[in-house]
Design a protein around this ligand. Structure first.
Ligand code: SF4
Length: 313
C-alpha cells in the first residue's frame, strides 16, 4: 500500500451527536449482513438490510440509532461489532491520480469543536479507497484553492474573491457578491431540498433556520466581523478538506463549482445565525448537502448562472 498524503495533523473527537447516522448509505461486506440480522433480531428490529444490501434507514436515520443518539449495536456489543464503514467514520481516504489522501470528513457534525485541538487520527490507509481522479485543469484549480485556504491571511472573503476571479487574499466580499448569493439561495427552494428524507433528518434540522431566514427577505448583514477568527479558520478548514477528499458530485467545473457552493453555504449559514453552536453544525450539514447534484442544480441550473453568480457577468 502506498504512502498516504495528508493536509497536516487530522484532528477529531467524536461527541456522539449522531449526525453521521442520518442520511449516509452504509454498505455491508463479508459477514456483516449475517451479523447485522442477528443483532436486529436480538433488539427486536425487523428487516435491517434493504434490497440493495445497505443498512436500512427509517425516516432518514439508521434503524439502529437509539433515542439518546447512540448506536444500539455499539452500546450492546461494542465498537468492533458495528459495520466497518461506521467504525472508520469520519476518517476518510480517497484515491487520486497523485496517490491516496486522508482527512477527517468535514461533514462530521461537531468538527467545529475539535478541528484545532482534538486528538490526532492515524492516517493508516484502508484497503480500497474510493477512486476519484481529476483531469489536469481541475488538479491545478484544486491546488490553487487549497493553497489559498492555507495562506496566513486566508479568509472567507478571500475565497469569495478567488471564485469571482479576484486575488485569494481579501478583507471584504467582492462587490455585488452578497446580493447575487442571496438571490440564488432564495431561488433554490432550500426548505424543500432539506426536507428530503434521504438527506437525513439531522441534516435538515441543522439547516432549517437558513430557509426561514431567507424567507424573511432580510438584506445580507455586514460581513466584517460576522464570524470569529476561529469560525473563519474552521470554514477554511472545511473547504480545504472537502476539496482534498473530492467530495463534489460529478459535475463540471468541479473545483470552481464546489468552492462556490461551499462559500455560498458559509455566507448563508453565517447570515442566518453566526452563533458557533448553530454555525458549526449548519456548515457541516451544508457540506453534506453540497455532495448532492440536486443542490448544485438548484443554485446554478446552467453554466451561465454559475458565471453570473461568481462574477456578476
Ligand atoms: S457526526 Fe461526528 S461527532 Fe457526530 S456522531 Fe458522527 S463522528 Fe461523532
Amino acid at each position: 500500500m502506498s504512502a498516504v498524503h495528508t493536509l497536516g495533523p487530522a484532528r477529531h473527537a467524536c461527541r456522539a451527536c449522531g449526525m453521521c447516522c442520518h442520511g449516509h448509505s452504509v454498505g455491508l461486506s463479508g459477514d456483516e449482513p449475517e451479523r447485522i440480522r442477528r443483532y436486529a433480531a436480538e433488539l427486536g428490529l425487523e428487516d435491517p438490510i434493504d434490497d440493495e444490501g445497505f443498512l436500512r434507514f427509517a425516516e432518514g436515520r439508521c434503524l439502529f440509532l437509539d433515542t439518546d443518539k447512540l448506536c444500539r449495536i455499539h452500546k450492546k456489543w461494542g465498537m468492533e461489532a458495528k459495520p466497518h464503514v461506521c467504525q472508520v467514520y469520519p476518517r476518510r481516504h480517497v484515491s487520486t491520480e497523485a496517490g491516496i489522501r486522508f482527512a477527517i470528513d468535514p461533514t462530521c457534525g461537531t468538527g467545529w469543536q475539535s478541528f484545532e485541538d482534538g486528538p490526532i487520527e492515524d492516517p493508516a490507509p484502508v484497503d480500497s479507497p474510493t477512486r476519484r481522479p481529476y483531469p489536469p485543469p481541475e488538479v491545478a484549480a484544486e491546488r490553487a484553492v487549497i493553497q489559498a485556504t492555507a495562506h496566513p491571511q486566508a479568509s472567507v472573503a478571500g475565497l469569495a474573491s478567488l471564485v469571482s476571479g479576484g486575488p485569494p487574499v481579501a478583507t471584504t466580499l467582492p462587490e455585488g457578491f452578497p446580493d447575487r448569493v442571496l438571490t440564488r439561495l432564495r431561488e433554490a427552494r432550500l426548505g424543500q431540498l432539506f426536507a428530503k428524507p434521504e438527506l437525513g433528518s439531522a441534516v435538515g434540522e441543522a439547516l432549517e433556520h437558513l430557509p426561514r431566514w431567507l424567507e424573511t427577505g432580510a438584506a445580507p448583514p455586514p460581513w466584517t466581523g460576522r464570524l470569529t477568527p476561529t469560525q473563519e479558520a474552521f470554514t477554511l478548514d472545511v473547504v480545504r478538506r472537502a476539496l482534498w477528499l473530492r467530495q463534489a458530485p460529478p459535475l463540471r467545473p468541479v473545483v470552481l463549482g464546489h468552492t462556490l457552493v461551499l462559500t455560498i453555504g458559509a455566507l448563508g449559514c453565517a447570515w442566518a445565525d453566526p452563533a458557533p453552536e448553530r454555525y458549526g453544525p449548519a456548515l457541516a450539514a451544508w457540506t453534506r448537502v453540497s455532495m448532492q447534484r440536486a443542490l448544485w442544480l438548484r443554485l446554478f441550473p446552467d453554466p451561465t448562472v454559475l458565471r453570473w453568480l461568481a462574477t456578476g457577468t
